[in-house]
Design a protein around this ligand. Sequence first.
Ligand code: SF4
Ligand code: SF4
Length: 371
Amino acid sequence: MPAVSLATCATYALPEVRAAVARALGPLGGIGAFVKPGNKVLLKPNLLQASSPDKMITTHPAVVEAVILLVKEAGGVPSLGDSPAGAVKSVEDYWKTTGMWDVCKRHGAGLVQFEKGGVVMRARNGRKYHIAKAVADADVVINLPKLKTHSLTSFTCAVKNMYGVIPGLRKSNYHREAPKPLEFAAIIVDVYALAKPHLTIVDGITGMDGAGPAAGDPKQLGLVVAGADGVAVDAVATHLLGKRPLAIPTTRIARQQELGETDVSRIALRGDSYGVRTDFRWPPGWFFALIPGPLARIAARLFRIKPAIHAEMCVNCGFCVESCPVSALVPGVKVPEFDYRLCINCLCCQEVCPQHAVYQKKSAIARLLRP
Ligand code: SF4
Ligand code: SF4
């Protein structure tokens, strides 16, 4: 029976976060159960955008710092890497804005650029994947997701976070190959299985609900979740946020493929007690994948959250046009223009925009519902 451990934590003050992470790891055998002296330990946070930690879009640097300190105490050699789609242009901007640069420099942890470090090829379910070599080379991979909703996949936590081990814009290609949310969820699960982390520690201190992963609202949850089975971690997190774990496509697919435990009654829940929340707002689009064809399209139009561009922030660099896997963006005179009939809402354009000019626009009904 896999164990998932919880620790409550009210703030991002480092002493409190450090104590909470250590407490969460205690029932799992402590950091020493995962990291041995001399191990190369790669930390994989969620650096979706080059945004400051207070936006709550990325894994908070205090959580990363707490884990670096624990890894070093265990004698491990920590480094950190992620590959947000826009990082091909300027990964340093991501590291600096999200607080990773300062934390890593302070504690001598390496910053790894997945785009420059090479890839290893892996295959699963008939598809080939490029996985960052740094992930394959690490003795231990620690997954550090931010707990958030996701308008395409409904949830981003342990399993979805590992999708960032595919370097750069290759991630967009998989969106093109699998434009439907369920197909794309299967790809995410493949990548998780190929780059399976040894340990997941979730930053759920302040997560995001509503229209995540970037346009939702910060949500104070006060929670750190840890476990070796990332699928079980997602199942427990989903359950605590008031949703059936199998309503999450990646969790359902992971169960079909026997990649981890999804039944909360078969997971040993350890650590601090935490009640089931009823105030977490899931994105409106999550159920579209479950509705058949034409009905889903009508519903999606009514409740839609679609990408749009703040014209005053756009410098018309064209990165978003290049990144769109289905050519739903074309160059425009002042700003690129969307063809919403083609858009699959993959959010790649938002992820690559160096000006943060792309945002998720809610339809009038979606705004009324304030997902
Ligand atoms: S929206 Fe962003 S990425 Fe697209 S052209 Fe404008 S500045 Fe560049
Ligand atoms: S327009 Fe943006 S959200 Fe829509 S498919 Fe293209 S990259 Fe994805």
